[in-house]
Unconditional design. Structure first.
Length: 130
């Protein structure tokens, strides 16, 4: 099966092949047919295949194909939701673009005119904290 093609048409094709094999009296069991169908799926169905094998689901071929059609429908819906979510091309405005720049030195920022007026602080004049 090609990626992106309908699972329903693929299921019908696989059912017709199973019927041909049964007409030829090949004698394969249901599990073998299920394995062949699961192996014929594209990579996008790998999560489903893993789930099927891990949970030990025992289904008929018709039930498997119905479950695959449901899986295809849900993955297409979620893919459309992702496409809608990614459609925006607006850029975020940087309200606080430069607020995290590192300041030089410690303590209060003193302008040139204020530093000329006041004398340098002595250790006794400094307050605790900042």
């Amino acid at each position: 099966m090609a990626e992106g093609s309908s699972i329903q048409s693929h299921g019908v094709e696989m059912l017709s092949l199973v019927e041909k094999l049964e007409d030829l009296k090949v004698g394969l069991d249901n599990d073998t047919y299920i394995d062949v169908i699961l192996q014929s799926l594209p990579l996008s169905y790998d999560p489903y295949i893993i789930n099927y094998n891990m949970n030990g689901l025992e289904k008929s071929i018709h039930e498997l194909i119905n479950m695959l059609v449901q899986y295809e429908a849900t993955t297409q819906k979620s893919a459309l939701a992702v496409l809608v979510g990614e459609a925006s091309t607006s850029k975020a405005k940087g309200k606080r673009a430069g607020c995290w720049k590192r300041k030089q030195g410690k303590g209060k920022v003193v302008t040139a005119s204020a530093s000329a007026k006041s004398a340098p602080a002595t250790p006794t004049e400094k307050g605790k904290g900042k």
